[in-house]
Design a protein around this ligand. Sequence first.
Ligand code: ZN
Ligand code: ZN
Length: 87
Amino acid sequence: MTTYICDVCNGMKSLASNCPACNHLAEDQGKLSDFYGPYSPYRPIDELKASNGFEDLSSHRCIHVACCSNCNYSFPVSIQEQMQFDK
Ligand SMILES: [Zn+2]
Ligand SMILES: [Zn+2]
């Protein structure tokens, strides 16, 4: 059996993504589900992902939110999860 992990969630990689608005390096704000979970009960995550144009939940992508400290723009970043073989 294989599992998929997100390198960013595991601290193996930092989320290096530039702000689309000003090209400043944006900071990882955590997973989209964590970010929106407590604050947006009115908007299901699945719908949020769909509306952002990301592929469905089975595509092994971890959606993070990045926030630009320069212009305060926040945007979703899709991380490809890595396959892990059980030991
Ligand atoms: Zn992640
Ligand atoms: Zn910016």
